[in-house]
Design a protein around this ligand. Structure first.
Ligand code: GLN
Length: 196
């Protein structure tokens, strides 16, 4: 199995390092041809307007939309914004996920924070410690999209729609590989997610 990481802006190197730790073959994706032969793609955190503009400049918008119709894509933070159909402002979006997202939803005071989340899909291993950096929230999930995790006050921070995954937070900045393993399972990796 080979997983691509969109490598035009943001913290793609951290995702690649995480996948390597799991023994997964990776490739940096910058051009449409780089999508060939991939089982899934991660769109990293960074700045969603910049990612969108550069993706458009590189001719990646339609190839990414096409890829997402049949393959797994996971957007973390800015990547989740880019995956959404609506970010409540004009910027290039893939529009693949039926979620409405609100950028920089946590204001200045708590622009960055960490929280323990309860995510049953991650199996054993206890609460998931999530890192939020100028994070968006998922205002609502619609259609086939469903909530994977929310903060204690109900604000949605992770959603899944078929093989499309969006998280407000940054699993690549922790030592916990469970979220990457979960995405690999969504992409078709055969492992026992509950082992260990
Ligand atoms: N605030 C950024 C945006 O709106 C996302 C931040 C991040 O990816 N850590 O695009």
């Amino acid at each position: 199995m080979k997983i691509g990481v969109l490598a035009i802006q943001g913290d793609f190197a951290e995702h690649i390092a995480m996948l390597k730790r799991l023994g997964i073959e990776t490739t940096e994706v910058r051009l449409p041809a780089h999508l060939e032969g991939l089982s899934g793609l991660i769109i990293p955190g960074g700045e969603s307007t910049t990612i969108g503009k550069l993706a458009a400049d590189f001719g990646m918008m339609e190839p990414l939309r096409e890829f997402g119709k049949s393959h797994a894509i996971w957007g973390t933070c800015a990547g989740a914004i880019f995956l959404s159909k609506d970010a409540r402002r004009a910027q290039p979006l893939l529009g693949l996920m039926d979620i409405i997202i609100q950028r920089n939803a946590f204001g200045r005071q708590v622009a960055s924070f960490e929280a323990d989340l309860d995510i049953p899909e991650l199996g054993s291993g206890g609460a998931y410690h999530a890192v939020f950096i100028r994070a968006p929230i998922i205002e609502s999930v619609q259609g086939d999209a469903r909530i994977l995790s929310a903060l204690p006050d109900g604000r949605i921070v992770a959603a899944l729609q078929g093989k499309l995954l969006a998280t407000s937070f940054h699993p690549e900045l922790t030592q916990d590989t469970r979220f990457h393993e979960f995405f690999l399972a969504v992409a078709g990796w055969q492992v026992d997610m509950l082992a260990g």
